[in-house]
Design a protein around this ligand. Structure first.
Ligand code: 2P0
Length: 324
């Protein structure tokens, strides 16, 4: 009863920002992402009658506390679906530097769901696996697939129609992402708390929701046509709208640092010089820059030279979940 799976993280081009159900994680809007090859988690799950509790090992260290509770709670969902009550040892290796501003929860829960269901003997479709993964961490449900994936918000109360679906595989389009790692990255509001506060208090939140259907159909067209300008413009505007909602929250907050804005301006400057590039930002200060392979050198060099930038990590489109 042992299995190992690998999953990559993803970057949202249309952001998931808000829940309508916090316990089974149902979103208030659909979202769309690109899975990235550069950052991934490999997880082994072993269920055994000999275990007397769940054990969670991350990067060779035993983890206790809140992180252990989240993993164990997710194993409960797997046990429930399988009708079995065995404890497990979960052994994870994260190739997602926390400092790069990628939530390791996306690749982490996708790998855990894939390995856990396989180990316990459940045979799941991609949609079923995505819906299960969603309950560990929302953004993780998109990491089941490689390339571009859409998390359809669904309408059912039980979450049975809230899962990700593939939009285009990694091979469809070599769209690249540079993760700009800032020297100072202290994050005061977690994404979970930030989206909750925004949904409950920001007068801009309804405007955000109203803008999603158009953004979603535009970006899907752009992906289909491999239209970089279209995809970049929609993704950048969608990111700015998400961040605008936080300024309207009570109390107000922002994830941006001064260097965040410097990088954003540098990307606009690149465009003015005729080098196509667009940015997107998640619930943190780091910026991700979208670009095409032919501009990799100039993009990397320009970003590296910005004061306050600690590192640049380049990624290509990545594959979905694989079993090792
Ligand atoms: C996203 N983010 O679509 C958005 C954009 C942050 C900004 O998904 O509470 O860790 O576990 O469902 O998925 C971060 O939130 O939140 C996130 P939970 P998650 O990628």
């Amino acid at each position: 009863m042992k299995a190992t799976a690998k999953a990559h993280t993803n970057i949202a081009l249309i952001k998931y920002w808000g829940k309508r159900n916090e316990s089974i994680i149902l979103p208030t809007n659909s979202s769309l992402s690109l899975t990235l090859d550069g950052f991934y988690t490999t997880t082994s799950v072993h269920f055994s009658e000999e275990y007397t509790q769940d054990k969670f090992i991350l990067n060779e260290r035993v983890v206790e506390g809140e992180q252990h509770r989240r993993v164990s709670g997710f194993l409960d969902l797997i046990r429930q679906q399988a009708g079995k009550s065995l404890y497990a040892t979960v052994d994870s290796t994260n190739e997602v530097p926390t400092a790069a501003g990628f939530a390791s929860s996306a690749s982490g829960f996708a790998a855990l769901a894939a390995a856990g269901t396989k180990a316990i003997g459940l045979d799941m479709s991609d949609r079923e696996l995505s819906a299960l993964t969603r309950q560990g961490s929302g953004s993780a449900c998109r990491s089941i697939y490689g390339g571009f994936a859409e998390w359809e918000m669904g309408a059912e109360e039980d979450g049975s129609d809230s899962y990700a679906v593939p939009i285009a595989p990694a091979e469809h389009w070599d769209l690249r992402v540079a993760a700009v790692v800032l020297s100072s990255t202290a994050k005061k509001v977690s994404s979970r708390a930030g989206m909750k506060r925004t949904v409950e208090t920001s007068p801009f939140y309804q405007g955000w929701l109203n803008s999603i259907p158009t953004d979603m159909s535009q970006i899907k067209e752009g992906i289909k046509e491999r239209d970089f300008q279209k995809v970049g413009e929609v993704a950048e505007a969608n990111c700015l709208k998400m961040h605008a909602t936080t300024l309207g929250a009570n109390p107000p907050f922002t994830y941006w640092h001064d260097t965040t804005m410097t990088v954003m301006q540098m990307v606009r400057d690149l465009r003015e010089k005729g080098i196509p590039a667009y940015f997107t930002i998640d619930a943190g200060p780091n910026v991700k820059v979208l670009y095409l392979p032919e501009n990799e050198e100039v993009i990397e060099k320009t970003l590296r030279n910005i004061p306050g930038v600690a590192d640049i990590r380049l990624s290509r489109p990545g594959q979905g979940v694989t079993y090792l």
